[in-house]
Design a protein around this ligand. Structure first.
Ligand code: IPE
Ligand code: IPE
Ligand code: MG
Length: 248
């Protein structure tokens, strides 16, 4: 059976966000070094992008490195940064051919120079692509993102370009790094942990949360289709009652 037959292609979430967790545990289980798990995780990213294109998801946001991840052993941090450059270098041609646009959120200026340069070059090259947008969260902290937006808004109020009593939620959202990106309908976190770990705190307000025991390196096509299927069984009420949703 193809899992694709179990999903409704008319009800595909436009934006799916991922907390790609469990690379380390996956590697340890097979007696390997953590970096072996991260490398296998890159294959999952590629397969998820491919499947997303196949079923028509327009935006994928992937949490690849949090500001908290700097606290890991330096050899792991270094290994992750090298893997990032390697993945971008190896994949940018195919991404471009497939019409994938690359964006980032997080403070990428805080990454090593070669990471920053390869990301900037890949973003410039793919900027007009329209099939799918891949947003990589790198050196990302949701609290930091919200704090920066609050500071910018304060400046706009102080210099008189915005008046305090007219500020709407949309004005704030436009100052986040995700401006122009729709909020995710679905968040998937792999590897059993049921927490948000400082990811997209504003944007996830009404997102469906899906947690799976599967470690990220094992999260491939069928796992994504299964998550979409579970999402499609949910009733998104947005504060209303069930009868109102069914009528609509
Ligand atoms: C996710 O896997 C990758 C990153 C956070 C960069 P982990 O490295 O967190 O794997 P576990 O959670 O230790 O198994
Ligand atoms: C969250 O995973 C960050 C990324 C996936 C990049 P972590 O493994 O760092 O999260 P915690 O420490 O378990 O909350
Ligand atoms: Mg983890």
């Amino acid at each position: 059976m193809d899992y694709k037959d179990t999903i409704d292609l008319q009800n595909i979430p436009q934006h799916v966000a991922f907390i790609m967790d469990g690379n380390g545990r996956w590697a340890k289980k097979q007696g390997q070094h953590r970096l072996f798990g991260h490398a296998a995780g890159v294959e999952s990213v590629k397969e998820v992008i491919k499947t997303a294109r196949e079923i028509g998801i327009s935006f994928l946001t992937m949490y690849a490195f949090s500001t908290e991840n700097w606290s890991r052993p330096s050899e792991e941090v270094e290994g992750l940064m090298n893997l990032l450059v390697e993945a971008i270098t190896n994949e940018v041609d195919e991404m471009h051919q497939n019409g994938v646009r690359l964006l980032t959120i997080g403070d990428i200026k805080g990454l090593p120079g070669n990471c920053y340069d390869s990301l900037m070059a890949a973003m410039e090259r793919t900027k007009d692509n329209q099939n799918l947008t891949l947003v990589l969260a790198l050196n990302y902290s949701a609290r930091q993102e919200i704090l920066e937006a609050a500071k910018k808004l304060t400046e706009l109020v102080q210099d008189g370009s915005k008046s305090l009593d007219q500020i709407q939620e949309q004005d704030f959202a436009q100052l986040l790094q995700t401006k122009d990106i729709p909020d995710p309908e679905l968040l998937i976190r792999t590897s059993g942990e049921c927490r948000i770990s400082n990811f997209l705190l504003w944007q996830l307000s009404y997102t469906e949360l899906y947690f799976t025991e599967t470690h990220w390196p094992d999260f491939r096509r069928d796992a994504l289709l299964e998550a979409i299927c579970a999402y499609q069984k949910r009733e998104r009420r947005f504060g209303m009652v069930s009868e109102q949703i069914k009528k609509a």
